[in-house]
Design a binder for this molecule. Structure first.
Ligand code: GLV
Length: 317
């Protein structure tokens, strides 16, 4: 039986991306909205919603909603009661986050090669070799917290740089390129041994506030923390203090407890900290990877076959 399936996309989409989605099936009707209010108006017709975040108000007004496809990897921002309590399926865009992996290495290499110092000196036309002389990552240990899709990709690239990789995984299993995979209880061990700690975890009840004062104290005083997961996984006040007191070597931060990071945050002004405004996962070509994945899942949704990247709502990722 033919019916119309309205796919409401909370993003600005190119015509060709709209056409790509429309081509999945003649029943599909795409509404791409760049403004929240318009989305809320279309919501009552929507059976599918797509976006990094979907306004709660839109979900409240969408009795036909059956499926939300997130263009992000993390879905903590979607787990509000209306979605948890209703039979709404969530899928993610896990697997297309190459920019994020590159961002991790951009931060890691910049801090190691002391580009953060060289760039500051450059703005003042200062030739300071001793300040800008960097270390190398070869032979160093990187601890990846959360060896999921993204974590495993980070591990693979780290190996190419000659790094030793260890990490944690909720359901421990061997991961290619990882020297030792610890269960979450092995966190202290990973913190103790690593020269770089990368937070690649989803935000769940178990990971919220996971890295606090004690954990930061467990890290090497020279270690660098990189967070591209979610801000609230790291207790920001404890992190700020550890950085101020030089209890750790530095940080590369793309996510924060509060976003935008408030202008009065001391993190902005710290020389050994690189702040980026939650951009690690994206690039101009992001939708070129995200749309085919959405289309694949839309075909599966229509055919009733198993969908990719299904979220376990109780688990939170
Ligand atoms: C972005 O933050 C993502 O989860 O992909």
């Amino acid at each position: 039986m033919n019916r119309e399936i309205t796919v409401l996309v909370f993003a600005k989409l190119d015509e060709r991306h709209v056409a790509q989605i429309q081509q999945v099936d003649p029943q599909v009707r795409v509404a791409a909205v760049n403004d929240r209010q318009k989305g809320i108006e279309v919501a009552p017709q929507a059976e599918v919603m797509v976006g990094w975040n979907v306004p709660r108000e839109a979900v409240q007004r969408a009795p036909k909603l059956r499926w939300i496809h997130s263009t992000a990897a993390g879905v903590d921002q979607l787990l509000y009661p209306e979605i948890l309590e209703r039979e709404i399926v969530i899928t993610t865009s896990s697997g297309i986050h190459q920019p994020l992996v590159e961002h991790v290495f951009a931060m890691l290499l910049a801090l190691t090669r002391r580009l953060h110092v060289a760039i500051r000196n450059q703005t003042q036309r200062r030739w300071e070799r001793s300040q800008a002389m960097g270390d190398e990552v070869r032979g160093k240990t990187i601890g990846v917290l959360g060896l999921g899709h993204i974590g495993a990709d980070i591990a693979e690239k780290a190996q190419v740089f000659g790094m030793r990789v260890i990490g944690t995984k909720r359901t421990p299993a061997s991961v290619v390129g990882v020297d030792r995979v610890y269960p979450p209880e092995g966190l202290a061990e990973v913190l103790r041994e690593s020269d770089f700690i990368v937070v690649a975890l989803p935000l769940t009840t178990e990971t919220r506030g996971l890295i606090g004062e004690r954990e930061l104290r467990t890290m090497k005083p020279t270690a660098i923390l990189i967070n591209i997961g979610r801000g609230p996984i790291v207790q920001e006040r404890a992190l700020t203090r550890a950085l101020q007191d030089r209890k750790i070597g530095g940080a590369g931060l793309d996510v924060f407890e509060r976003e935008p990071l408030p202008a009065d945050s001391p993190l902005w002004g710290m020389e050994h900290v690189i702040v980026t405004p939650h951009v690690s996962g994206t690039s101009p070509g992001y939708m070129d990877a995200a749309v085919p994945l959405l289309c694949d899942n839309l075909r599966r949704y229509i055919d009733g076959t198993p969908m990719l990247n299904l979220v376990d709502k109780a688990r939170g990722y």
